[in-house]
Design a protein around this ligand. Sequence first.
Ligand SMILES: *Cc1c(COP(=O)(O)O)cnc(C)c1O
Length: 404
Amino acid sequence: MLVLHEDLMQKRVGDLAVFGALPTFSEPLYVGRPNIGERARLLERFNRILDSRWLTNDGPFVKGFERRIAELVGVKHCVAMCNGTVALEIAIRALGMAGEVIVPSFTFIATAHALQWQGITPVFCDIDLRTHTLDPRRVEQAITPRTTGIIGVHVWGYTCDIEALAEIAARHGLKLLFDAAHAFACSYKGRMIGSFGDAEVLSFHATKFFNTLEGGAVVTNDDELAEKLRLMRNFGFTGYDEVSYIGTNGKMNELSAAMGLTSLESLDEFIAVNRRNYLRYRVELRNVAGAQVLAYDETEKCNYQYVVLELDETFTRVASRDELWRILTAENVMARPGGFWRLAGRLLPETERLTERVLCLPTGATIEESDIKIICQLLKVIIENAGEARRLLDGLGTGIASAP
Ligand SMILES: *Cc1c(COP(=O)(O)O)cnc(C)c1O
């Protein structure tokens, strides 16, 4: 990436692009440009699909893809779907969830919408700041006679307190589903994510580190549930003119499955690049007072797809996350506040506190270690001079309105 400001060590707050200087990078650096595996193999697979004219409806590529995912995750069944949201909706329905379901609001909006879309009330529950996932104690407090299930979300590949949630679900007779959209290829206590609860849902959207263009899957060890999922995914058809459930169309197509099979061949490389970037950020920012890069547990498997900057009080006392975001954006460093919605406002104090302090930094195959060094140098200048940055921003007028 072309760097317009080589002289970063000398850079001062007043030299930032937000105040009129040239941006540090000539082109935007993103959080997750899509990973693409071996192009020639992908196109060869696409050609075979086109030649066969078997484009969808449980074709050989989808079947092969499902087998590979089930093996990798260590479950009996993988039911591939057209995207993660539809996979969530179908899993929720097949599990018979109704009434109220307990979910975190610290998640991507699709987790909650998949419930509300079917007339189920998402009951938002606060998180544990250590895991960034559902706080089991608070989950138990949120249970009412109308509660039928719990959906835990393994945010950024940080896994839920699975044992505690499973114990609560069993004791209250509740269904337990995990939104594992961030956690493909991660493990919990040495066992792969995907095999916990009644089922887990994966997303293979283009912005995830492993993609099938659009796609998702429900993975489970429950034979009966898998059968139901397969029927619901395909209009409820049990035969040519026989229908046993109210179904929908959630099928994955053959081209997506071919993309998935090709991406699987490069999975280790995708993860290695993510890990390299993550470690580079950790090293570069280790001595910055006011922020840290969230650590992953190196004793577990992890996909390292998110590099999460967590601002601490020394920063947030003087300036806000949104101000930092605005400054970085002007430098063409397209950080993202995590895509999290404050669905429940101030009713969830821990969620609120964390949401205001996190920012995802650019990573993925298109980000070089040299880019990261520069991004971190920029972060140092901004974070260590937060007060001055704040004063200069105030002079520019309302900053937050022009954040992306
Ligand atoms: C991406 C994502 C989804 C939705 O997946 P799609 O494949 O984009 O529909 C659901 N939950 C979480 C936490 C996600 O990050």
